[in-house]
Every structure is written in C-alpha cells, then in structure tokens.
Design a binder for this molecule. Sequence first.
Ligand code: EPU
Length: 341
Amino acid sequence: MPCVQTDADLTALNTFGLPARARRLLRVRSSEEARRARAFLDPKGDPGLILGGGSNIVLRGEPIDTVLKVDIPGRRRLDETETSILIEAGAGEVWHDFVRWTLDCGWPGLENLSLIPGTVGAAPVQNIGAYGLEVAERIDSLDALDLTKGELERFERDACQFDYRDSVFKRQPGRWLITAVRFRLPRRWQPLTRYDELARELAERGLGDSSPLTPLQVSDAVIALRRRKLPDPAELGNAGSFFKNPVIEAERCAALLAAHPSLPHHPQPDGREKLAAGWLIEQCGWKDRRLGPAGCYARHALILVNHGGATGADILRLAANIQNDVLERFGVQLEPEPIFI
Ligand code: EPU
C-alpha cells in the first residue's frame, strides 16, 4: 500500500513555497501502489492532486482532499538500434539527475534541458522546453494510469498531443498519473545551438570552433545560463516562467512593431509570431517590483517569486496586475504557464 500521511503541510512540496494543507498525502512508489491509491479518491469529489516535484503549480491555499506524490524510481536502457537508444525512467526520478545520468552513460540528446526543476513524470505534462529543445522531441512513449478507470495505458508520442507547454495530461488535471516515460535518443548526436543565448555562451567559452562540442559542454553551458538568470527555488520560491510566451497573428505583430521597434519576436512554423513575455512585462515596469511578499524577479521579468511568506492569493494578485498592464499597453493577453490548484 502507498505510504499515507494525514493533514499534510504542502509548503515544502511546491517550489513556490506556498502554504496549503492536504487531508491525505499518499506517496506512491510503483504503478501498483498508484492503482491502490485510487481507493482513497472520492469518485464524486475533487480529483486527487498528482504531484511530482511541485515546480509548476500555484497552490491557492484551499485545503486539498488527496495528494498523490509520485515517487516511482528507475532508470534503464531498453533497446538500441542503429540510429537510436531507448531509455526508460520512473516518473519519480529527479529530472536533472536523470539528464546527467544519460550523459554520463554516453547517451546524449537531453543536455539542452539540463537543470530544469521537477521530475521525469512531470516533464511531458507541460512539455518542458529550453534552449531550442522541447522534451516532446525526445519522447518515444509513456505509461499513465487512468485514475478514473484504474487502467494503465501506453501513450505513443502522438497520442500525448504535445504543444507549446501543453499536453493531453495538462488538459485533464487529476486524470492521468504518469508512471514511466521512454525517451528515444539519437545515436548520431548533433549539438542544438540555434538558441542565440546558448550559442553566445558557448562562443564566450571558446567552445566549438577548433574541436567538436561535447554534450557535457552544452549541458554545462545551459546550467551556467540558468544559474545566472533563474532563481534557485531552494533560495527564492518560484515556478519558472509564470506566463507562456504569447503567439499572435503576423499582422498584429507588424502593428506592434511599428509602435515598438525593439519588440523581440520569433516567426512560428504556422506563420504567426511568438513574443517574449519577459520583455512585455519589463516594459510595463514590473521587473524587480514587489506587491506585498510576491514580486517579479530582478534578473528575469517572466519569473514571479515568493520573497517570503507569500500565499497563493498574493501570487495571483501580482499575476493579475501584470496581465492587466500588459493587456492595456500592448493589447496582448498573457496566459499563465503553471497549473492553479
Ligand atoms: N526579456 C526581457 N526582459 C526580461 C526577460 C526577458 O526583455 O526580464 C526578453 C529578452 O529579449 C530575451 C527574451 O525575452 O531575449 C527571451 O528571454 P529568455 O531567453 O530568457 O527566454 P524566455 O522566452 O523568457 C523561455 C522559456 C524558459 C526557458 C528559456 C530558455 C517560456 C515561457 N519560457 O523563456 O522556460 O528556460 O526560454 O530557452 O517559454 C519555463 O518554462 O519555466 C522556463 C524557464
């Protein structure tokens, strides 16, 4: 049976460090324990909260009935073909440790996603991405328990309906508990350095010119970039980017550019343009500004932080103020990235 704790404090289980209590906290260490944990869920009540590293949630503070904390371990190589290596990891593995393990084993392909907080099982939920790579590009398939039926289902990559920071699992919170994820990593590795900031960092380190880059060098550069720009949740509570980068029609982007020539924008495959939410927020004067104990990070305006003692309500109030200002000034609606509970 899963390990059960009653009246649990969730403050240390979310990287924002927001207070909330759960009537029951269940730690599940296998797919079988996950199945048994269903007995604790109220079929007519709220669905259970499925928790990985708690790095992409905002707890509003209302009491939660049942939390399922996924602690399923395991890492192994399943198969190898001429072109790829298939790796499987338990959903509870810490994402960054898993990435470094693949590199240590000589299986590159995930290095651009180094140091992203959270667990392996949470990575597909919001299709984590950084420095020119989304995890969807490396996922082969995954196993998820349907908590409404108690059946373990295999999802091939296409069935996950991945999109920018989105998947079928994010759209149905509380339904799918991911137990294991399989990654297909390329045998013939090519460094992904199309992201300007990463290319600059590697150039500044004098890498890639005279001798070929190694996956570890790319991983180390990504780690350095993240440490410089993003707050460590252990020191300053946060959930990474708080808003998605908005994608708008090309004509609207052209109109905005006429008024704001320095607006950063990136053309998308569908002809639309992706804007930098951090830039929009900074232009509205929010960078390094506080509203009570919640604030906008000094080194990156897209990160909302808990300066100490903030509640979910404080974070939501700050987010709503930022959204209003960006909407008023640029006519762009910012959509939050984390899940609100
Ligand atoms: N910018 C500003 N001011 C700021 C922050 C950013 O003007 O305070 C502008 C700059 O022009 C910069 C541009 O925004 O060039 C983009 O900034 P950055 O390279 O930091 O990337 P981002 O778009 O803000 C995205 C992801 C991050 C990911 C980085 C690196 C989203 C919502 N966020 O951020 O992912 O690490 O790219 O690839 O797509 C996350 O999802 O939690 C996350 C941290």
